[in-house]
Design a protein around this ligand. Structure first.
Ligand SMILES: Cc1ncc(COP(=O)(O)O)c(C=O)c1O
Length: 389
C-alpha cells in the first residue's frame, strides 16, 4: 500500500486544539502550530471504516469491549514488544493522564512523595501538585547533546522523601530517549529495593527509530510485573486522541483492585464506543500504515537534521531515538527566556512547546512536533531561519 503522508489536511474549524484555539491562548490566529502531541495525518482507512459503520448503525448506547478486543491487544503487544498480556490485567480509562491521576489517588495520600524525571511531559508534575502530593524531581543529565539518568540522585531522593510512586516516561517525552535494558533495570531495582510502585507511561512506545528497541518495563523481570501499572494507548500511534481511550495493564491484583476502586470513585464506568471501536480496528488493521508512518517520520528527522546543520547550526538537535516530539537546544543563540519566546512566537510565527514548561532543565529548549507533512516542517524551519537572520 502507498500512504500519502505528504497530503496537507486542513484541520482548521474541526475543534482541533492545535489549530482552532490560538486566539483563546493569546496567540496570533495564523500562527503555525507544531506543539500538542497529536499528528496531522489521517488515521488508517480500517479505523475510518470501523467508525463509519458504527455511525451508520446510529445507536450509541452504553458500550463495552468483548473478548475480541483484548485478543487484538494481546496480538499487538506480543508481536511488537514480545509482551504477553493476561486479559485480567486490562483496565480501560479515557486517557493516560486520567489513569496516572487515578493511580495517584489509589496508591498515595496527600503529602506522599512522587518522583519524576524532568524535563518531562508537563502533566506529570501538574497531576502530582494538583492532588497535593509532594513532587520530587530526579533531573535528567544533559551532556554532549544526550540525556542520561543520575541513578545516585534517584535513589537518594527516594530514600530522603520516602517516595511511594515513580512516574516513568518510556520512551521519554520530550528528550526522545528510548531507555536501554540496563537503564530500566537500574531504575527498577531501586524501586523494588525501596518499595516504590511504578507508573510506566509507555504511550509513545510505537514510535521507535532504527537501531533502538522499546522494552516494556513490566516485562523485564517478574518482580517488576508485580509493582507496575503500565499505561498504553493507541491514541498517539493512530492519531485518535480526540476519541479518548487508553489501555492500562496491572498484573498485581491488589494494585488493580485499588486502581479500580479509585476509578469507581471518579465516577467513570463504561468506555467510549468510538474509542474502543477505533482502538480495536487500529491494532487489528493499522500495522502496515504505522510502519510506513515511522519511515516518513524518520525522513522528517533527516530533513530537520540537514536543515539545522546547513542553515541553523546554532540550534542543536537532540537525536530522537523514539517519539515524534523533537527536543531542540537553542542555547547557541545566546538569548534569555523571554527573547527566545519572542523569537519563536512573534518573529517566526511558530507555536512550539517552550522548554521551561517541562520543568527543570528545560530552559533554552523548545519541543517541536514533527508528525506533520514535510512541507509544513519545511515552512516552519524557513520561518525560524528568517526570524533568526
Ligand atoms: C508521555 C505522555 N503521556 C500521556 C499523554 C497524554 O495521554 P492521554 O491523552 O491519553 O491522556 C501524552 C501526550 O502528549 C504524553 O506525551
Amino acid at each position: 500500500m502507498n500512504y500519502n503522508f505528504d497530503e496537507i489536511i486542513d484541520r482548521r474549524n474541526t475543534n482541533s486544539l492545535k489549530f482552532d484555539f490560538a486566539a483563546q491562548n493569546g496567540r496570533a490566529a495564523d500562527i503555525l502550530p507544531l506543539w500538542v502531541a497529536d499528528s496531522d495525518f489521517r488515521t488508517p482507512q480500517a479505523v475510518i471504516e470501523a467508525l463509519a459503520e458504527k455511525v451508520r448503525h446510529g445507536v450509541f448506547g452504553y458500550s463495552d469491549t468483548r473478548d475480541d478486543y483484548i485478543e487484538v491487544l494481546q496480538k499487538w503487544f506480543s508481536h511488537r514488544f514480545n509482551w504477553h498480556i493476561d486479559p485480567e490485567w486490562l483496565v480501560k480509562t479515557p486517557g493516560v493522564v486520567f489513569a496516572t491521576c487515578t493511580a495517584i489517588h489509589a496508591l498515595t495520600k496527600e503529602g506522599d512523595a512522587v518522583i519524576i524525571q524532568q524535563p518531562v511531559y508537563y502533566p506529570f508534575s501538574e497531576t502530582v501538585k494538583i492532588n497535593q502530593r509532594k513532587l520530587v524531581i530526579n533531573q535528567l543529565v544533559y551532556k554532549h547533546n544526550k540525556y542520561s539518568i543520575n541513578f545516585e540522585d534517584f535513589e537518594y531522593k527516594i530514600i530522603k522523601n520516602k517516595v511511594k510512586l515513580f512516574i516513568l516516561c518510556s520512551p521519554h517525552n520530550p528528550v526522545g530517549r528510548v531507555w536501554t535494558e540496563s537503564e530500566l533495570v537500574r531504575l527498577g531495582d531501586i524501586c523494588l529495593k525501596h518499595g516504590v510502585t511504578v507508573i510506566a507511561d509507555e504511550i509513545h512506545a510505537d514510535f521507535i527509530y532504527r537501531g533502538f528497541r522499546h522494552l516494556v518495563f513490566a516485562n523485564l523481570k517478574p518482580e517488576y510485573t508485580d509493582i507496575t501499572i503500565t499505561c498504553t494507548a493507541p491514541t498517539k500511534t493512530f492519531n485518535l486522541a480526540g476519541l479518548q481511550i487508553s489501555n492500562i495493564f496491572i498484573a498485581n491484583k491488589d494494585l488493580r483492585n485499588k486502581f479500580n476502586q479509585a476509578l469507581a470513585q471518579s465516577g467513570y464506568h463504561q468506555p467510549n464506543l468510538m474509542g474502543i471501536t477505533a482502538c480495536q480496528a487500529a491494532y487489528r488493521g493499522g500495522e502496515e500504515w504505522l510502519d510506513a508512518l515511522i519511515e516518513y517520520l524518520t525522513a522528517n528527522i533527516v530533513f530537520l537534521r540537514g536543515f539545522l546543520q546547513q542553515r541553523l547550526p546554532q540550534i542543536k538537535l537532540i537525536e530522537p531515538e523514539g517519539t515524534y516530539l523533537v527536543w531542540l537546544d537553542f542555547h547557541g543563540l545566546g538569548l534569555n527566556n523571554q527573547q527566545l519566546e519572542d523569537l519563536i512566537e512573534k518573529k517566526a510565527g511558530l507555536w512550539l512547546d517552550s522548554g521551561p514548561i517541562f520543568g527543570v532543565g528545560g530552559q533554552g529548549f523548545q519541543r517541536i512536533n514533527i508528525a506533520c507533512p514535510r512541507a509544513i516542517l519545511e515552512r516552519a524551519l524557513k520561518q525560524l531561519e528568517q526570524a533568526i537572520n
